[in-house]
Every structure is written in structure tokens, then in C-alpha cells.
Design a protein around this ligand. Structure first.
Ligand code: ATP
Ligand code: MG
Ligand code: MG
Length: 381
């Protein structure tokens, strides 16, 4: 299909599912991550690179062996990407990764592109005086966020009132910070958008995400919102992704506010947890769409629809110790498909796998998923 080798920075579950998609198309992949990483376990074809996506030397070593580099994570040293650009093709562009990996730069970029986001202010100095001033401007509560290296809410702190400022600064000490106005959302929505090499953007259906303890727990696809909201969310996501550079899949997280308006929370320049349902529910998964986009293989708007007009899906993340109990139960659940990531230690809150229940209606998908969600909840308490 394509004889060029794809190097993937990061070999966790997203890398693993990218490998699955690439291999079905006979496209070879080489992984940069620690030995035995999830993506390496299912890819015994090549000499992978042992190291970290955070190390410039490891990235150079991977680039030597590959024609195209892509990422499963945005927390990468973009200086080295800039340096090797041209020697190897980078998709999406290092510029995109550089802007997105700093959540404040990302917000600034989006507002300049005319995309509505949660109002954000730079924290010039991490001091109580500076944060009290921000509290006056944004109101309380506000969200204090690390600009970099954030995931699963690790890097966020809800500042409830002025008295909470010292604790917030302590929780996020030594990290570059910015502040966001509190979004009184009724739902969180997400849209996967794939951008082709010639800059066309195709979006998947709008989905609804449910977070618990800052980690995505459930995804309902399509979202249980009016059709007008679904369309508005897709247009907003396409506009946001259209303002970046290079090819690939992007995850766009949004807040739906009480008045029906939408704000972008953040973007990811890679496959995203909210798009896992596409493996079973769409003609082309987010992982295959990514591989096709970065290699320039054909992709049409028909690839990113639901499989049939009545396809509905519920995705449940499998986190920590309850993973295997739920996964086993799901094997006898109608319409369910289980994905396990090959991670050794089932630490609390760690993403160990996910499952997707597909049905001909949302009520049927919810009905089939309910006992599995119940085990998730029971095992947690
Ligand atoms: P990940 O990258 O894993 O999605 P993250 O660490 O980058 O997470 P965010 O997406 O910024 O974190 O925030 C995590 C969750 O916190 C959001 O999904 C939302 O539920 C809540 N949240 C974030 N920002 C705000 C805000 N401004 N107002 C209200 N809630 C917020
Ligand atoms: Mg994030
Ligand atoms: Mg997020």
C-alpha cells in the first residue's frame, strides 16, 4: 500500500491502536518508547527504539529509520522536531505540536483564529497577589491550569475562593501556569477531525464525554443533544483544526453551555480517547483515518460517518483494578467489544483498556452497557 515507514513517538494505547490500523494496510511502523510498551507488544516486525519521546537523541534515532514521524502524545521536545524537519516528514507539523502542547498558547492561537474558547489569562507571576487579581477579573471559582505536561486533569486546580489561592499555588508549584474562567457547562462534547495533506477537514459525529475525577469515563456516540448542536460542534471543531498545520487526526474537546453555545476546552493533535468508538461504529476508525491522512492515502467524507444511520455506541474506559472483571463480563454482553492495552500494573485510575457497545439505538446501547457501568461504579466505591 505504501512502502514508507512510519515512526510513532510514544507506544502506549494510542500507539498500539495506530499500529493495528497501519498493519491492516501493510504499512510498517517503528515505535519509540520503553521496552515492552503496549504498541511494541503487538509489533515484532522491526527494531524499535528504546527510549523516551521526551529525549532528543531517541527522536533522532527514530528519525534515522523512518520516512514519516507521527505522535501519540503532544508532550514532545519540538526543538528537535524542528531540527529534523525535512530529513523526515513530520505529520502533523512540529508547529502544530508546539502551539498545542502549551495550553495557553493554544488558547491564544484559537482565539486569534476566531474560535470561541474558555476565557484564559496568563499568570505572569505565581504569587497570591497575581492570582487574587485574576480572581477579580475571572470571578470565583476559576480553573488554574499548568500550561504544559497536563493530562487526566493532573495539572488543573479549581480555585474556589481567595482563601484557596495558597493551596492552589502549592499544588501546581514549579509549573508554568495560566488561568481559565469557569465554564458552567451542561455537557462536555468532543469531535474527532481528520485533516488531509491538502488541508481538507472531515469531522466524525459529535459525541458526549462524561468525566469522573477528571478522567474520561464514558463516551456516548452520537451525543444526546439536538441536531443543531451536533452540527455547530462539528463546524467549530473543523474551524479549530483548520487553523493548524499538517495532516492527521485531532481530538477537539468542548463545553456545551446552558444557553446552547459552545466553547473549546482543548485540542489534541493525535487520536483521542473520545474517538475510540470509531473502531467499531464507523467505516474508518480514527486510527486508520490518521494513518491514511499522514501517508496521503485516499480518505473521503464517507469514512467518518457512523456505519449506519441507526448506529449508536457507548464507550466505557477500563480504569485500574476493576478492568478485568468488567472486561470478562463484557465478553458476554451483546454488541460489546473489549480492547485491553497490555499494561502490567492496574494502578487506580490508570487506563488499562476500554470497551465499546454498539447497538441499533442509543437506548439499546445504554441498556447493554448499564451492567458494565454498574460494576465500574461498585468496584470504585
Ligand atoms: P486530558 O488531556 O486528559 O483531556 P487535561 O489534564 O488536559 O485532560 P482538561 O481537559 O483541561 O485537563 O480538564 C479536565 C476536565 O476538567 C475537563 O474535561 C472538564 O471536565 C474540567 N474543566 C477543565 N477546564 C474547565 C473550566 N474552565 N471550567 C470548568 N471545568 C473545566
Ligand atoms: Mg489535555
Ligand atoms: Mg482534556
Amino acid at each position: 500500500m505504501d512502502s514508507r515507514k512510519i515512526g510513532i513517538l510514544g507506544g502506549g494505547q494510542l500507539g498500539r491502536m495506530m499500529v493495528e490500523a497501519a498493519h491492516r494496510l501493510n504499512i510498517q511502523t517503528v515505535i519509540l518508547d520503553a521496552p515492552g510498551a503496549p504498541a511494541k507488544q503487538i509489533n515484532a516486525l522491526h527494531a524499535h527504539v528504546n527510549g523516551s519521546f521526551a529525549s532528543a537523541d531517541s527522536i533522532r534515532e527514530l528519525a534515522e529509520q523512518c520516512d514519516i514521524l507521527t505522535y501519540e502524545i503532544e508532550h514532545i521536545d519540538t526543538k528537535v522536531l524542528e531540527e529534523i524537519d525535512g530529513q523526515v516528514e513530520l505529520q502533523p507539523s512540529w508547529r502544530t505540536v508546539r502551539v498545542i502542547q502549551d495550553k495557553y498558547l493554544q488558547k491564544d492561537h484559537l482565539s486569534q483564529a476566531g474560535v470561541s474558547t474558555a476565557e484564559s489569562l496568563a499568570v505572569e507571576e505565581s504569587t497570591p497577589v497575581c492570582l487574587a487579581e485574576i480572581g477579580r477579573k475571572l470571578g470565583f471559582p476559576f480553573m488554574l491550569k499548568s500550561r504544559t505536561l497536563a493530562y487526566d486533569g493532573r495539572g488543573n486546580y479549581v480555585v474556589k475562593n481567595e482563601e484557596a489561592i495558597p493551596a492552589a499555588l502549592e499544588a501546581l508549584k514549579n509549573r508554568p501556569l495560566y488561568a481559565e474562567k469557569w465554564a458552567r457547562f451542561t455537557k462536555e462534547l468532543a469531535v474527532m477531525v481528520v485533516r488531509t495533506k491538502d488541508g481538507q477537514c472531515f469531522s466524525y459525529p459529535t459525541v458526549e464525554t462524561v468525566h469522573e475525577d477528571n478522567i474520561c469515563k464514558l463516551v456516548y456516540a452520537p451525543a444526546r443533544v439536538p441536531a443543531g448542536t451536533m452540527d455547530k460542534a462539528r463546524r467549530l471543531a473543523e474551524k479549530a483544526v483548520g487553523s493548524f498545520w499538517g495532516a492527521g487526526i485531532f481530538g477537539v474537546e468542548m463545553f456545551l453551555l446552558e444557553d446552547g453555545s459552545l466553547l473549546i476546552n482543548e485540542l489534541a493533535p493525535r487520536p483521542h480517547n473520545s474517538g475510540h468508538y470509531t473502531i467499531e461504529a464507523c467505516p474508518t476508525s480514527q486510527f486508520e483515518a490518521h494513518i491514511r491522512a499522514i501517508t496521503g492515502l485516499p480518505l473521503t467524507p464517507d469514512s467518518t460517518t457512523l456505519a449506519t444511520p441507526s448506529t449508536n455506541a457507548v464507550m466505557l474506559n477500563l480504569l485500574g483494578p476493576s478492568t478485568f472483571k468488567i472486561a470478562r463480563e463484557a465478553l458476554s454482553t451483546k454488541g460489546a467489544t473489549v480492547h485491553l492495552y497490555g499494561k502490567a500494573e492496574a494502578k487506580v485510575g490508570r487506563k488499562m483498556g476500554h470497551l465499546t457497545v454498539v447497538a441499533g439505538s442509543m437506548s439499546e446501547a445504554e441498556y447493554q452497557a448499564a451492567p458494565l457501568i454498574k460494576i465500574f461504579d461498585d468496584e470504585k466505591s
